[in-house]
Design a protein around this ligand. Sequence first.
Ligand code: AMP
Ligand code: MG
Length: 351
Amino acid sequence: MTGRSRLAALILAAALALVIVSRSLFRDDDSGPHEISGLTMGTFFNVTIDDSDVTAVELSRIRDTIQSRLDQVERLMSTYDTDSELSRFNRHESAVPFAASQQMLEVFSAALVVSERSDGAFDVTVKPLVDAWGFGPPGRPPVPPADSVLAALAPAIGYRLVEVDLEAGTLTKANPKTVADLSAIAKGYGVDRVAAALDSLGLMGFLVEVGGEVKARGRKRDGSSWNVGIERPDTDRRTAYETLRLADAAVATSGDYRNHYEIDGIRYSHIIDPRTRAPIRHLGASVTVVHTEATFADAWATALSVLGPDQGMVVAEREGLAALFLVRSGSGFEVRRTSEYRRIADEAIED
Ligand code: AMP
Ligand code: MG
């Protein structure tokens, strides 16, 4: 697929995903819920606000606030925008500390926590591998990269090569060639930023979604919780595998079914295992994580996708994470839920 048709497919897919999340939310009168959607970070965002006191003027202010928060995250963290702060950090081939924005420091700090806790499965410095396998700005290679090409990239890869100094406000590279890709965490961070902005505007019930990463706040006006569909990991159709009812929580899903290509019948996914320097190869099709913060839900969903259903379940239980794995089995899927996920799902059924 060309970059443009891939973007079009992505936008269509995101639009269909929104239908799953938001269908049946709306009342017949015009008292809401209010829906605000648009484009950001190469995907769709959608915010549903269930608050009858919101006036048209406030709604337009809310819309501007949401768009500006998301635009800010994109301006800082896009790898496609050569002027973004992340692109400047990546061009900063030096061991001299790089003065970073508060937002970049927050995202790098969260990324490092998940890297440490996932035994290095999550690693934002895998960017050269992401690019080599054809999932970055350079686009798809005609043949898979040779082992020697991947091995030559290895010295600059490793999350420990970037040091975050919150007091000094800097990021420092131990290897000047190290570069980062925040795609696995930035959408979740954007969701948290929007939710925080809506909180400070005094809104009590809303659902924020950016490209499939979701955060629910409070309840709907009728007292019920928000429904979030977990997708069946099919490439060609979008249906919900199961529905989660949430009050104050974030959900993110990661998987190899959204962005991949095939050469000679082998599927190459956009999720790279830093240990093998190659796209993941296990049978896990998707991982969904429920967390208080979308930033962590997003990063953990990617980390557990790297680890796969076997190791991933062990790490998720060890970390007390609410995670659901969908594993390919015959023509369908086998589901595995951690004990924390089962607890949350049971609580939602009882409420
Ligand atoms: P997500 O859709 O949130 O799982 O993020 C996937 C994206 O994160 C990929 O398209 C890559 O840009 C990047 N990525 C791939 N592998 C990793 C990894 N092991 N750790 C962190 N980011 C990764
Ligand atoms: Mg992610």
